[in-house]
Write a protein of this length. Structure first.
Ligand code: NAD
Ligand code: IPM
Ligand code: MN
Length: 368
């Protein structure tokens, strides 16, 4: 079979640091396990701004469209905080999601048993946790019109963003959630604020109607977003699949990451529609950002990036065995007591980004 085309976009801050650890795994999988990938690497975000003057070049968008999968690091650089939104590093990830219509962002929050004690919550609250947040990623208040900052005649300034969702936008992401639920615990919780927002009310109506029409076998519940935030901390194991809009999904998934021990642990897959040839555009990204506060120190946790690569192998390259091998290796390394700073606890061995990556590779070699 042909080699799969992979586009690697390390981005800014800790992005390149954690991506380096993935590169070692890719190399070994290629030489030892017959993985056939053709890899292109490009600059995005602040790194692209510095070199090319824009956060995302059209050439990179073309490469992303042609790739079988994109592995994304993170973008964001405080040096570019003052420029217009379309020129900021973050425009790279927002632009890629738009250009490839990557509307469903799958954010699985699972607790590795050795990390139960790394969470700030009580062990019994999070032990065995396995939830999937399906976040809509190309609509909602992130992209709704009108938007902007205007100055009124009296000098008052007005910042405007608009939350918009249409029936097809809600249906396609809800389908992803229902389909996933059927493969897991068969329960979907749809989250909005229908008590305050028309877009939320429509969301609830459309999800309910779709459920009745096409997924009556799946258990559906509805929850207001503020309550959901509270319930995720109170009793997170009540959830199986959560489906929600762009902004609520962003916030709730950062919250959920702390159930697993650290933001540095949570991978994600951002998927487009299945096309006629059976393929779908897909981008894999940790949910964390460029972490400017720790960038350049070699202490970032590479596991979210590594686990995002495992998701890529599973969903886009159909290499379930390799995905499992990575996940088992991560689990074993954690069980052996190695910890990056963010998941460090008493009695464990604190290691660098590089040592953690090397340990995962070594464990994979042992297991294979
Ligand atoms: P962040 O996710 O970068 O960091 C939040 C906190 O978590 C920081 O204290 C950081 O040190 C820690 N952290 C994050 N990832 C870690 C890891 N792998 N290992 C250890 N610790 C980790 O969020 P922020 O500080 O709010 O944002 C920084 C920049 O990143 C901003 O420019 C923001 O827009 C951008 N951002 C980008 C993405 C993305 O590219 N997908 C996601 C989120 C934020
Ligand atoms: C994420 C990030 C992005 C988002 C930013 C960097 C645009 O926070 O991927 O979670 O808000 O979607
Ligand atoms: Mn986020």
């Amino acid at each position: 079979s042909q080699a799969s085309k992979l586009l690697v976009l390390p981005g800014d801050g800790i992005g390149p640091e954690v991506m380096r650890e993935v590169a070692k795994l890719t190399q070994w999988l290629s030489t030892a396990r017959g993985l056939r990938v053709e890899i292109a690497e490009e600059l995005v975000g602040g790194a692209s701004l510095a070199r090319h003057g824009v956060p995302l070049r059209p050439e990179v968008v073309t490469l992303a469209k042609e790739a079988d999968a994109v592995l994304f690091g993170s973008v964001g650089d405080p040096n570019w905080g003052h420029v217009a939104f379309d020129k900021r590093p973050e425009a790279a990830i927002l632009g890629l999601r738009q250009a490839l219509s990557l509307f469903a962002n799958l954010r699985p929050a699972q607790v590795f048993p050795p990390l139960v004690s790394a969470s700030t919550l009580k062990p019994e609250v999070i032990e065995g946790l396995d939830i999937m947040i399906v976040r809509e990623t190309v609509g909602g208040v992130y992209f709704g019109e009108p938007r902007g900052i205007e100055t009124l005649p009296d000098g008052t300034r007005r910042g405007v963003n608009t939350e918009v969702y249409t029936t097809p936008e809600i249906e396609r992401v809800a389908r992803v959630a229902f389909d996933l639920a059927r493969l897991r615990g068969n329960r979907v919780c749809s989250v909005e604020k229908c008590n305050v927002m028309e877009s939320g009310l429509l969301w609830k109506q459309v999800v309910s109607a779709l459920h009745e029409r096409e997924y009556p076998d799946v258990q559906l519940s509805h929850m207001l977003a503020d309550n959901c935030a509270m319930q995720l901390v109170r009793n997170p194991k009540q959830f199986d699949v959560i489906v929600t809009g762009n902004l609520f999904g962003d916030i709730l998934s950062d919250l959920a990451s702390m159930l697993t021990g650290s933001l540095g642990m949570l991978p994600s897959a951002t998927l487009g529609a299945v096309q006629e040839n059976g393929k779908r555009h897909a981008l894999y990204e940790p949910i964390h950002g460029s972490a400017p506060d720790i960038a350049g120190q070699g202490i970032a946790n590479p596991l979210a990036q590594i686990l995002s690569f495992a998701m890529l192998l599973r969903y886009s390259l159909k290499r379930e065995d390799d995905a499992r091998l990575i996940e088992q290796a991560v689990s074993n390394v954690l069980a052996s007591g190695l910890r990056t700073a963010d998941i460090m606890s008493e009695g464990m061995a604190r290691v660098s980004t590089e040592t953690m990556g090397a340990a995962v590779l070594q464990e994979m070699q042992k297991l294979a």
